[in-house]
Ligand binder design. Sequence first.
Ligand code: NAD
Ligand code: UDP
Ligand code: UDP
Length: 318
Amino acid sequence: MHLSKRIMVTGGCGFLGSHLCERLLEQGHDVLCVDNCFTGTKRNIRHLLNHPDFEFIRHDVTFPLYLEVDEIYNMACPASPIHYQFDPVQTTKTSVHGAINMLGLAKRVRARILQASTSEVYGDPEVHPQPESYWGRVNPIGIRSCYDEGKRCAETLFFDYYRQHRLKIKVARIFNTYGPRMHPNDGRVVSNFIVQALKNEPITVFGQGQQTRSFCYVDDLIEGLIGLMNSSDEMIGPVNLGNPAEFTIMELARKVIELTGSASEVIYKPLPQDDPRQRKPDIALARKELQWQPVVGLDEGLKKTIAYFERLLEEENR
Ligand code: NAD
Ligand code: UDP
Ligand code: UDP
């Protein structure tokens, strides 16, 4: 029998959150989207607003929230460097105070709670690929620290609520994810390159483009998050979710140019401070415990993402 649950998604107006809300509604659940619309927009959930099982609450998770729910996906937090560095103090507050409030809520109503953590907890790693057992190499005082340390502290809080209050927690370490509804101006590499290519503007490669990332298509990631939430109580993580296929940023630039048929040229810009040189998830744990692995390859995922940005740019030009 399929049981319908009341599920809260913080950050539900964002890129990942909106896909998650959509998928949970498809599965027949009651979905409560909580978001202050800092980096997300109501446009991302516009198509869900008339759904009878969907509710949207405009709220900042750094303030307490009293609701009755069965499950919480805590996705609220700006995720791109430009956005999280815009108001770094608020970024730390969102991760830390937001986690405390959502954990407090989960404790009161005995809800399961999943944290959207990040590969950034590994910092600029000296272990490659990164397994969950690696403690990371994070600068505590740099420009990425508000995000990295905020997310690390949130993980600490999750594990302390688990140990101290026997809360049902799940911690996912999400690696670079891309797809439709990424913010066109948030500076992330996939959205930047696609928008630049579609406008035939120069493709901005930072440094020499030899740094690597592993890109996961959004649908795969959402399956992984829901799989983790629905796994046994013992499976608390942290668990890496990402696509282990690793590419240099230069390879990504070439691929985007090829798939868009763009006339853009590559130009080089300075590498930002503390930019990790390499990143690739070890997903052995997710494979074994969640029977999960990504199925969408980079070319296929990029084509879908390019189609989305083409539509978006057309709308803007209308
Ligand atoms: P996003 O910026 O599109 O979404 C974040 C959402 O959180 C936005 O809708 C924003 O308005 C909301 N938000 C921010 N601060 C808030 C606050 N104080 N109160 C309520 N809502 C708030 O980013 P995303 O890519 O969808 O990321 C979602 C989550 O996944 C984030 O926690 C991020 O750290 C994590 N993550 C994402 C990636 C990725 O590649 N996309 C990788 C690792 C981790
Ligand atoms: N909290 C909340 N919603 C709830 C329950 C708690 O937002 O339904 C907040 C509350 O403001 C508190 C935080 O979560 O500051 C942590 O709650 P907890 O019960 O762990 O700690 P305490 O209330 O003892 O500080
Ligand atoms: N990057 C780039 N050009 C851009 C945007 C990003 O070369 O226009 C690089 C960036 O320096 C980093 C990688 O692409 O090495 C991924 O950047 P993003 O901000 O998407 O994610 P993160 O660094 O958080 O993994």
